[in-house]
Design a protein around this ligand. Structure first.
Ligand code: COA
Length: 699
């Protein structure tokens, strides 16, 4: 797939100019300089030849079916015409460099849409517009206007920002980092990150996929593709900006808890994409993934010639979720025999400041040969007798002897380390200036190991005993009344229709009715103001608990109505809702907010009025949220400590809580119109769990 983008048999450059300062000319020269072996056709009605190549007035003039890839570098006003010409000539993929589309406003957007429809009509794929182009170092092909061609390597870099791409390219040349593919996506009018990740996954020369993204276009497809790809190759993403769904003000607790970034974080985590926060991390991980094996486990050995640096590294190992290896007795004995008495033979192994390569060799040989070591970090600080190049040679030899255990180097110094740095980099042993960076990179490798071996995704649960017809009826009525939020009693009925146990609740328009309902439900009861316009009822005195007599109910009724009218004079007051008082259980929240890209995002955590203060919440997409994931999400929270029985309390019914989460996932998956939902609180008891207050908002 996308062969014609990365390995076309022929390329046309439309807008190829004889003027060497123009982008069209630079692209022709870049293609030539990259050693591209296919045919190159400069296209320009005003030129006979460009850079020694015969020029054609149009792509159709080259001949039908003669061009696989057309790179377009003419002003935006001419692009649509050129695209039609390409379509007629049977071009397979367009790379549109030109700016002046969606990014410029309404007219530009219309032009972009027209460009996409021309491509669809002719069965062409489109990269861009507004992009730098594409390079594949193995093809080889440099169909871009970047200054320079990356070194050959095994890292694919897919970028939504052209500027970021060219900056990284320049930097990588200095750092000697190689790439397989370099793709600038521009406005992503057609081809987007999912297509390009898929292409990189299918590229035999790519081992690691890096992305710089500002958004994701087709969330659902991204999830499905990324889930598969990450089993084969690591995908590391630097994602900037906030999601659209998060950017809008949330009206539910769950929406507020989720904030702007949680949907992306959760989605990435669920499909095994590694998200990083900095460019540094992005490339540190790229280099270790490309050059080092994935370790079997997370036990790290450290060999150092400086005690302090060893301790800093050991602290970092713990902080980053790895473990210090504990060596076997034989290993310790050998280390004791082979190293000077003042050395520390326990991990971190300190070979002392006067160590030359022989001591590193003895230590590395032992710790790498020990089954308790999954990976090793070797630290060298410059001392008067240190021999960074000799140590580097030793490391290279030992890495060859133990190729399944990752080896990372920390060269703590400057100029004096340059020789060692060069040797190690060439040999594929990643080098870092500080221990914590090496530990972070090793932690990334360990994490990828668990991503590769993760259990398959569960299906969103399907409980057969649900009544979708009933939910449909309720939502229809709410919509007819032109409301967006459901009353608590309606929310409770929806939840109940999906098999969630709810505390009985009924609407009363008058005080007498409230008294009658209370008699039916049984005392004591709670009264809550019923208005689609009042979401947070407690705040305005709209909730009265523990009412034990008809008199108390009548009085509470009038007080609530009066207080609601005072706080919200415009609000539509339906009356009150009468609910049977529930005994207190562990107070939980189970909620949902719907992300534009990734669909329903389920939250679980400590419930009650302090939800947004305590912020104890874990998230999962409803996509793939079966019982196993629901339980793991519950275990991530502090609420779980309470559920297990805090300070001698009886443990709560975890299975019932897992079921509430699963049933909510099923409900929101079945009803895309539900955009937000809070069940807060859910009371969990030693036996069972009951939804006490259910808020829902529809589209
Ligand atoms: N077919 C073929 N050639 C055509 C043509 C057509 N329909 N229309 C114009 N041309 C020729 C021009 O005559 C010119 O050749 P010449 O020098 O021989 O006269 C050449 O194409 C380029 O056109 P020109 O008008 O000189 O444009 P330009 O080179 O100054 O700029 C772009 C063209 C695409 C570079 C510019 O419009 C642009 O979009 N720049 C921004 C690019 C960018 O930043 N992209 C995003 C990166 S993140």
């Amino acid at each position: 797939m996308l062969e014609a983008l990365f390995r076309p048999r022929s390329v046309a450059v439309v807008g190829a100019s004889q003027d060497r300062t123009k982008i069209g000319n630079i692209i022709v020269r870049n293609i030539l300089a990259s050693g591209y072996r296919g045919k190159i056709y400069p296209i320009n009605p005003r030129a006979e030849e460009v850079e020694g190549l015969r020029c054609f007035p149009s792509v159709t003039a080259v001949g039908a079916g003669a061009v696989d890839l057309a790179v377009i570098a003419v002003p935006a006003t001419a692009v649509l015409e050129v695209a039609r010409d390409c379509g007629k000539a049977g071009v397979k993929v367009l790379v549109v460099i030109s700016a002046g589309f969606r990014e410029t406003g309404k007219e530009g957007l219309a032009k972009e849409q027209e460009l996409v429809s021309i491509c669809r009509e002719h069965g062409m794929r489109l990269l861009g517009p507004n992009c730098v182009g594409v390079t594949d170092t193995h093809a080889p092909l440099n169909a871009s206007f970047a200054a320079g061609f990356p070194h050959q390597g095994e890292i694919a870099f897919i970028s939504q920002s052209g500027a970021m791409l060219v900056a990284i390219l320049d930097w990588s040349l200095k750092e000697n980092i190689g790439f397989s593919q370099f793709v600038s996506m521009g406005n992503k009018a057609d081809l987007n990150e999912t297509d390009l990740i898929e292409a990189a996954a299918n590229d035999p020369n790519t081992k690691v996929i890096l992305c710089y993204l500002e958004d994701i276009k087709e969330g659902q497809r991204f999830l499905e593709v990324a889930e598969q790809v990450t089993l084969e190759k690591p995908v590391v993403v630097l994602k900037s900006g906030v999601s659209e769904a998060g950017a809008k003000a949330a009206s539910s607790h769950t929406g507020a808890l989720a904030g702007s970034n949680v949907a992306y974080d959760t989605a990435f985590r669920q499909v095994g994409v590694i998200r990083v926060d900095t460019m540094r991390e992005l490339f540190d991980l790229a280099v270790v993934f490309a050059r080092q094996p994935v370790p079997r486990g997370k036990k790290v050995a450290i060999v150092t010639n400086a005690g302090g640096a060893g301790i800093v590294a050991a602290d970092s190992v713990e902080r980053q979720g790895l473990e210090m290896a504990r060596f076997d007795r034989e290993t310790l004995e050998e280390l004791r025999n082979q190293l000077p008495p003042a050395s520390n033979i326990f991990n971190p192994v300190d070979v002392l400041g006067d160590a030359r390569r022989d001591r590193y060799e003895a230590a590395l040989n032992q710790v790498l040969g020990d089954d308790n070591t999954d990976g090793v970090i070797v630290i060298t600080c410059p001392t008067a007798v240190s021999d960074p190049e000799g140590v580097a040679q030793t490391m290279i030899e030992l890495h060859a002897r133990f190729p399944h255990k990752p080896m990372l180097a920390v060269l703590m110094g400057g100029e004096s380390m340059a020789g060692g740095l060069k040797l190690l980099t060439q040999a594929g042993i990643p080098c870092f200036t500080f221990p914590e960076l090496a530990v972070g990179a090793l932690a990334g490798l360990v994490r990828y190991g668990s991503i590769k071996t993760r259990p398959p995704r569960e299906e969103t649960p399907v409980y057969p005993d649900v009544r979708p017809e009933e939910v449909k009826r309720i939502l229809e009525r709410v919509r007819q009344e032109r409301r967006r939020s459901l009353l608590s009693s309606e929310g409770a009925a929806v939840a109940a229709a999906y098999g969630i146990k709810v505390a009985p609740i009924q609407l009363a328009q008058r005080a007498a009715e409230a008294v009658a309902i209370a008699a039916e439900l049984g005392y004591p009861v709670v009264l809550k103001v019923a208005s689609p316009d009042i979401l947070h009822k407690t705040d305005i005195g709209g909730v009265r608990v523990g009412l034990k007599t008809p008199d108390e109910i009548r009085q509470a009724f009038w007080e609530i109505m009066e207080s609601a009218a005072r706080h919200f004079p415009q609000a539509n007051l339906f009356g009150v809702e009468v609910q049977k008082m529930c005994p207190r259980g562990v107070e939980l929240i189970v909620g949902m907010t719907r992300d534009l890209q990734f669909g329903p995002l389920i939250a679980f955590g400590l419930g009650g009025v302090y939800v947004n203060l305590l912020k104890d919440a874990a998230f999962r997409l409803a996509w793939g949220l079966g019982s196993r994931e629901a339980e793991s999400m519950i275990r991530e929270t502090k609420a779980y400590d309470l559920l297990r029985g805090f300070r001698g309390e009886k443990p709560a019914d975890l299975k019932a809580v897992v079921e509430v989460v699963g049933r909510v996932a099923q409900l929101v998956s079945d009803f895309p119109d539900l955009v937000e939902m809070d069940i807060n609180p859910v009371f969990a008891y030693p036996q069972g769990a009951v939804a006490v207050d259910v808020k829902m908002t529809i589209r």
